[in-house]
Ligand binder design. Sequence first.
Ligand SMILES: N[C@@H](CCC(=O)N[C@@H](CS)C(=O)NCC(=O)O)C(=O)O
Length: 127
Amino acid sequence: MIDLYTLTTPNGRKVSIALEEMGLPYNVHKIDITKGEQFTPEYIAINPNSKIPAIIDRDEEITVFESGAISIYLAEKTNRFFSTERKQKYQSLEWLMFQMASVGPMFGQYNHFNRFALEKIPYAIAP
Ligand SMILES: N[C@@H](CCC(=O)N[C@@H](CS)C(=O)NCC(=O)O)C(=O)O
């Protein structure tokens, strides 16, 4: 059984979708990042970077944070969505890294400056 520490954000949903698609049973633990619950000592012991998502795989007592690392962990656990054939495996890794390093952070920064920043900075939100 997997314990999932998450909230309904894009990075959180990424792991929920993976767990559903892979048919793995899991318990959800809501970490309300709007209330600072990611900064409790209990949660920092799970993810020292104080961000959701994170999982604990109780079958093996393995803790994993970072949605990309969790995706690889779950894919390897279930032998799904991650080929062992090298060419296909690196194609999967390319797109995973592209999402993690390019699309995800850019959308996250845009969302922050567009919706939450106390100061509106035109350069940061211009299309
Ligand atoms: N690279 C991380 C990003 C995680 C992340 O930014 N999580 C956000 C919610 S989507 C969070 O926990 N924010 C709380 C904070 O920054 O205090 C991943 O992919 O898991």
